[in-house]
Design a protein around this ligand. Structure first.
Ligand code: B12
Length: 312
């Protein structure tokens, strides 16, 4: 245990708070180091650190320090996500909510349906929005705020995994309906793929639905595609454009992009899409779009240029 015990400086660094904040949490709320090594300052044990992590998460979420400390002082192992979300619920004045920032009433309604796990209402809202406003606007104004809100709330409380999973299924299904509504004629020249081990596929599904809406054909490989498999698909189908999605740094190995650029049938356009990719350290020749609109317009422009009748 002594090996695992940590100094205040290390704990502050791990939590991303100042040492003075740790001191305040110790003096005012009793969240201090519990291990005493003779001849040394007191040390923080893993259990102390876990309590402080709860304190940090809840205060970042806007729960008052006194209330957050009350939850944090409970044994962390016993503090299930549902318990933490009770603290959040109290702050919200009844009913936990998903923050959707400045997104409009439709996004707030969708967030409420998501909290109720009301799949029918979620699907209906998304389907109606796609029909009325199109895929890109639905993604940017309705779905992205909801997904970001779920991510934030989960990061702060550890809760809402069930909401995240249900919402993911509803969004996937709605995009799949939109994508199958108008199959584009001809051989697809666009290949969509997630990076190796990347499970966040929804943004690519949004792109697929948007391309279908624009009449552009594509092949979708989906989540977690090893580079060898992606290269095999490129060899067999010779796409003009490849979009490789990475949501997190962990899956954004630029070697995957280099492999595409040196493939025997090198695609004309290689898009490294998603916040995982390091924008300033991408191989030359790779394009890094800033949003769905740009990813769609780059792909559509290439598709149009390939399909323009040759001048006689
Ligand atoms: C849904 C979700 C999941 C689902 C994914 C389901 C699916 N089929 O996609 C599941 C449950 C599988 C999942 C798993 C995990 N997740 Co997750 N997830 C999310 C969530 C809520 C939404 C993801 C999403 O679709 N984001 C897309 C949009 C909403 O985000 P955006 O990046 O802001 O998009 C903009 C830009 O990328 C830009 N853009 C630029 N170019 C292009 C091109 C195109 C085509 C598009 C569309 C956009 C675009 O414009 C976008 C706006 O449209 C996020 C929260 C979040 N803020 O993203 C967490 C989040 C991404 N997940 C996170 C984590 C930690 C994980 C796990 C590691 C959890 C775990 N311990 O297992 C695993 C990762 C597994 C893996 N190896 O991939 C963290 C990542 C933290 C980080 N930065 O590293 C997040 C941020 C949650 C959080 N706040 O902690 N997750």
């Amino acid at each position: 245990m002594a090996d695992e015990a940590l100094s205040a400086g290390v704990v502050a660094q791990r939590l991303g708070v100042a040492v003075t904040t740790l001191r305040t949490w110790h003096q005012r709320y009793g969240l201090g180091p519990s291990q005493h090594v003779p001849g040394h300052h007191r040390r923080y044990t893993p259990a102390d650190l876990a309590r402080l992590e709860v304190m940090r998460r809840l205060t970042a979420e806007g729960v008052s320090p006194a209330e957050a400390a009350r939850w944090a002082r409970q044994a962390p192992d016993a503090l299930a996500p549902v318990d933490i979300s009770r603290a959040v619920r109290r702050r919200d004045g009844g009913g936990t909510t998903i923050p959707v920032g400045r997104a409009g009433p439709a996004a707030r309604g969708l967030a409420r349906a998501a909290m109720r796990l009301d799949a029918a209402a979620i699907s209906e809202t998304i389907g109606r929005a796609i029909a009325a406003d199109g895929v890109v606007a639905t993604w940017d104004r309705l779905l992205r705020p909801l997904l970001v809100g779920i991510g934030e709330r989960h990061a702060a409380t550890g809760a809402l995994i069930e909401v995240e999973h249900l919402v993911t299924r509803c969004i996937s299904a709605a995009f799949s309906v939109a994508a199958s509504a108008g199959p584009a004629p001809g051989t697809p020249r666009v290949l969509l793929s997630c990076a190796d081990e990347e499970q966040h596929s929804l943004p690519l599904e949004a792109l697929a639905a948007a391309l279908a809406e624009a009449g552009v054909g594509y092949r979708m490989l989906g989540a977690r595609v090893p580079t060898t498999a992606l290269l095999a698909a490129i060899d067999r189908t010779g796409p003009a454009a490849v979009v490789l999605w990475s949501q997190t740094r962990a899956t954004a190995d630029p070697a995957q992009l280099t492999a595409l650029l040196t493939a025997s049938s090198r695609p004309m356009l290689v898009l490294a899409a998603g916040p995982g990719w390091p924008a300033r350290a991408l191989p030359t020749g790779v394009v890094h779009p800033t949003d769905l609109t740009e990813a769609v317009s780059l792909t559509v422009a290439l598709h149009d240029s390939l399909n323009r009748p040759a001048a006689s």
